[in-house]
Ligand binder design. Sequence first.
Ligand SMILES: NC(=O)c1ccc[n+]([C@@H]2O[C@H](COP(=O)([O-])OP(=O)(O)OC[C@H]3O[C@@H](n4cnc5c(N)ncnc54)[C@H](OP(=O)(O)O)[C@@H]3O)[C@@H](O)[C@H]2O)c1
Length: 266
Amino acid sequence: MNKLKGKIVVITGASSGIGRSAALDFAQRQVKAIILVARNNERLTEVSSELSGKCESMNFGCDVSSKSEVKQMARDVLSVYDSVDILVNNAGIGILGKVADQSIEEIESVTSTNYFGMIYCTKAFLTSMLRKKSGHIINVASLAASFGLPGLAAYCGSKFAMLGFSESLQHELYGTGVSVTVVSPIGVKTNFFHHQSFGNRFKSKERFYLNPHTVSGAIIKASTSNRLEIVVPFFMRGGVWLKHTIPYLVNPIVGASFRKIVEGKG
Ligand SMILES: NC(=O)c1ccc[n+]([C@@H]2O[C@H](COP(=O)([O-])OP(=O)(O)OC[C@H]3O[C@@H](n4cnc5c(N)ncnc54)[C@H](OP(=O)(O)O)[C@@H]3O)[C@@H](O)[C@H]2O)c1
């Protein structure tokens, strides 16, 4: 049975990469409508044209780090659809740089997009989900939700926070019919690393990266799962387990290899 048939789905960060791929995958599953959210309207229009004929779609040029823009977007969505069934909090950015070298504004922009953006969208749609006694929130975190990496403190902090927030929320939602699942991928071939701060530092690693379609497949799986976290690829769950079990052995290895990359020697 196709459990996603007829569902209303909101995807943030839908203008490229994982979000775009998730939109195409949900459309294949006969959902009723997909609401595409990101800042770049032109790219959203391209994605919605790819959905045409498969399901209804709406585009919202909205900065998820702006509370007022998210509130307005949610008001507009809920004036058309009574409730949303699936919210994919996927919008996110990374800026490479040591804490000592980054500006407070850079750290704030990563935190407010990745962490507060997820909270604003969750708050905007949760009440209607609770009223309907059904719904699923999917938060796209990262393996960086389990490993603190040099050069990515703000990013890792935002993803650790996302995982912690989601775990608490999952407990609070027990018995309500509303669920939350975190999808945590390793590196993915998207525009994510195009931010100027990365330069070419991660270029040589690209061959190991996942295709966005692999991650959007996990998002589809997450939308009907009762698990808290789905790690992609699944075997990296072993890496997370090792890190938590023997951090004094794993952390120095992770730290040394990422320090090389940050310093441009990796
Ligand atoms: N690529 C990786 O290696 C990787 C690994 C693990 C986790 N992730 C996570 O996956 C998610 C998606 O990233 P991606 O890899 O698909 O990168 P991407 O291709 O750069 O996509 C990021 C998306 O987020 C949107 N976005 C960024 N800031 C926004 C804001 N303030 N408001 C609304 N939308 C915003 C972007 O659209 P606009 O620019 O149009 O706003 C874009 O649609 C992120 O949360 C990222 O942390 C990525």
